[in-house]
Design a protein around this ligand. Structure first.
Ligand SMILES: [Zn+2]
Length: 256
């Protein structure tokens, strides 16, 4: 006896439903198992640990470090390309490279830049001079003589204490200032350029604020992301206008 085609599918479904369900469950379990095995052998954990590693300095980076003037151009958010660099998370240096001549030159030029009359800041980060690497210079107001120090592969290991609002500006966002909430205390770690060993330091108050501001730069975060209200610093506005009017003739941002 023939079976009407309209009834073929329900017949097959009822006849084989049990087997089909078993096969589907088996396929699902296999997928989950294979997924777990793939994760286990894909070193995804290792990738996460070294996600900031950027490898050796590129030719572009070496060229910028070696060929720029001693006072480097500070990247500005007002320029779309420079803002894209400022918004990019920075990579770590290879440990061996921290002790290299290239990083020594970069450190020296970052110090010249942050101390230049036209900038005159208390801190600067690699991305601000176009080098998207984890390196900052901080004015150690808590040490005798208030020296600037450079911290390659710097990280904030912990932040604690009350969160306090304090005035901040940024060399990349003149002439704006505003109150930014920051933790009172921080433990920072970095690679010592001489020994290539990890060093740690505990900092507080305004120095902790500088470290938090500069380490934000290494994540592509700007103080304007955290500020309550922004105001124009009138004296800085006048100074910045005078500088940029001159800078248009004598220097400019290095772009590739
Ligand atoms: Zn800044």
């Amino acid at each position: 006896m023939g079976i009407c085609p309209l009834f073929t599918f329900p017949y097959i479904y009822n006849r084989y439903m049990h087997k089909i369900s078993k096969i589907l469950v088996s396929v699902l379990l296999c997928s989950i198992f294979l997924g777990a095995v793939t994760d286990l052998f894909s070193f995804s954990g290792q990738d996460k640990r070294v996600r900031h590693a950027g490898g050796a300095l590129s030719e572009r980076e070496i060229s910028l470090i070696r060929n720029s003037s001693p006072v480097m151009w500070v990247y500005q958010v007002s320029d779309p390309y420079q803002e894209s660099v400022l918004r990019r998370p920075a990579s770590e240096f290879d440990i061996a490279e921290v002790g290299s001549e290239n990083v020594a030159i970069l450190s020296s030029k970052m110090l010249s830049t942050v101390n230049a009359p036209q900038y005159g800041g208390v801190g600067i980060a690699g991305p601000q001079v176009g080098i998207s690497r984890r390196i900052i210079a901080v004015c150690r107001l808590d040490k005798p003589g208030e020296p600037f120090e450079v911290y390659p592969n710097v990280k904030l290991d912990s932040l604690w204490g009350p969160v306090e609002k304090g005035r901040e500006g940024c060399l990349s966002i003149p002439p704006y200032i505003g109150n930014v909430p920051r933790y009172k205390h921080a433990i920072v770690s970095y690679i010592d350029a001489k020994t290539l060993k990890v060093k740690r330091d505990t900092v507080s108050d305004y120095v902790a604020r500088i470290f938090q501001h500069e380490c934000d730069h290494l994540e592509g975060i700007l103080f304007t992301d955290r500020v309550d209200t922004l105001n124009v610093d009138k004296s800085w506005e006048a100074e910045w206008k005078a500088f940029t009017d001159t800078a248009k003739v004598i220097t400019g941002p290095v772009t590739f």
